[in-house]
Design a protein. Structure first.
Length: 319
C-alpha cells in the first residue's frame, strides 16, 4: 500500500545484523506525537536494531487514519514482538502525589488539572519510589487501533522517560524540542523542580516561553546553562534566535544504558526522545525524590479549591 502524500518517511535505518534476528524475540517501542510517528526495535540486551520516523502533515481528526496507513504499508509493523510499548507525548498529563491519588476520585483529579476525558482513555503510571502517579489521557480510537495491531501492548507517557533519563543532570534547564511542542525540565537537589509542555508555532513562541520560565524560576539567561534535545540543528532559526538571548547552550548526548551499532552511533541527537523511551522500558525511576514543596503546594491548593467549588455548587442546587 502506498502512503498518503501527507505521510513522509523521513528516516529509516537498520544495524547490519538486524536481518538475522527473529522479530518475535525483539521489543518494539513506538513514540507518537501530533505530527510524528517513530518506532525503534531493540534486543533484550538493549541494542538498537532499527529506527524509523514518519512525518505526518495532518488535521487533528485524520491522524488515526494515517496511523492505520502506516501499519498497512510498513511490513515491520505487521509482526508480533516479544513486547510492544507506546509512548505518547503532548500536554495531557499531570503528576499527582500518590497519597492523594484515589482511583474512585480519578474523574475529579483529572478535571482539576484540565485533562480532557471526552473520547479519551485515562491511564496511570505509578512511580512508587517517588510516591507520584503520572496520570495522562490517550484518544480512545487510537488506543483501540494499537490494541488491534499488537499483542501485549502497553501505554506510557513520554514524561516518565524524560524524568528518568535526565534526573542525574542537575544544574541545567533541559529543553526537549519536538516539531509542534517542547518540554522544559529542571532538577535540583535530586528533586524535580519544574516540568511543563508548551505548544509553539515558530521560533519566537519557543523563545518567549523559555525566557518566561527562566524568569519565573529565577534563572539568569546570561549564565544558566540550557541543554537541548530533539528536533533542532545549529543552523536552525530556533537555535540562532535562542543564542541571541541565552548564552550557555549545548546539545545533549545519547543516554547511557543502550548499545548502539557503529552505524547508529552516527545518528544525530534529535532522536533523543526515541532513545530515552527505550531506557524507560527497562529502568524504573528509583532515585528521584518527591516533587518540590512548591509543586505539591500547588496541587493541594487546586485540590482544595475544586472540592470547595463542588461544595458550593451542591449547596446552590439545593437552595
Amino acid at each position: 500500500m502506498q502512503l498518503h502524500k501527507k505521510i513522509q518517511t523521513v528516516f529509516s535505518f537498520s544495524s547490519t545484523d538486524f536481518k538475522s534476528k527473529s522479530l518475535s524475540e525483539l521489543q518494539l517501542c513506538i513514540l507518537i506525537d501530533a505530527d510524528k510517528f517513530q518506532y525503534a526495535i531493540m534486543s533484550d540486551s538493549k541494542q538498537m536494531m532499527h529506527i524509523c520516523t514518519y512525518q505526518i502533515q495532518s488535521e487533528a481528526d485524520l491522524f488515526i487514519d494515517y496511523y492505520r496507513q502506516i501499519f498497512l504499508s510498513d511490513p515491520l509493523l505487521k509482526n508480533n514482538y516479544k513486547k510492544a510499548v507506546v509512548f505518547a507525548g503532548g500536554e495531557n498529563f499531570t503528576l499527582i502525589p500518590s497519597n492523594f491519588f484515589v482511583e474512585s476520585e480519578l474523574q475529579n483529579l483529572v478535571t482539576i488539572h484540565g485533562i480532557s476525558q471526552v473520547k479519551n482513555t485515562i491511564y496511570n503510571s505509578e512511580i512508587t519510589s517517588i510516591n507520584q502517579t503520572n496520570t495522562f489521557s490517550l484518544n480512545q480510537q487510537l488506543v483501540e487501533l494499537f490494541q488491534n495491531q499488537f499483542q501485549n501492548i502497553e501505554f506510557k507517557n513520554l514524561n516518565d522517560a524524560l524524568i528518568s533519563s535526565l534526573i542525574h543532570q542537575e544544574g541545567k534547564l533541559h529543553l526537549c524540542i519536538s516539531s509542534s511542542h517542547f518540554e522544559l525540565l529542571l532538577f535540583a537537589d535530586h528533586r524535580l523542580n519544574y516540568i511543563n509542555t508548551f505548544k509553539y508555532n515558530n521560533a519566537d513562541d519557543l523563545l518567549y516561553y523559555t525566557l518566561f520560565v527562566m524568569k519565573q524560576l529565577g534563572l539568569d539567561p546570561e549564565n544558566f546553562p540550557i541543554q537541548i534535545f530533539g528536533d533542532l540543528l545549529p543552523d536552525s532559526s530556533i537555535y540562532k534566535l535562542l543564542t541571541k538571548y541565552v548564552r550557555n547552550i549545548s546539545f545533549g548526548k545519547k543516554p547511557d544504558g543502550l548499545q548502539f551499532s557503529e552505524e547508529i552511533k552516527l545518528l544525530p541527537h534529535f532522536h533523543f526522545q526515541l532513545y530515552i523511551v527505550q531506557v524507560c522500558q527497562h529502568d524504573r525511576i528509583s532515585d528521584l525524590k518527591y516533587l518540590s514543596s512548591l509543586q505539591q503546594l500547588n496541587f493541594y491548593i487546586n485540590y482544595l479549591l475544586y472540592n470547595l467549588y463542588n461544595l458550593l455548587y451542591k449547596n446552590m442546587k439545593m437552595a
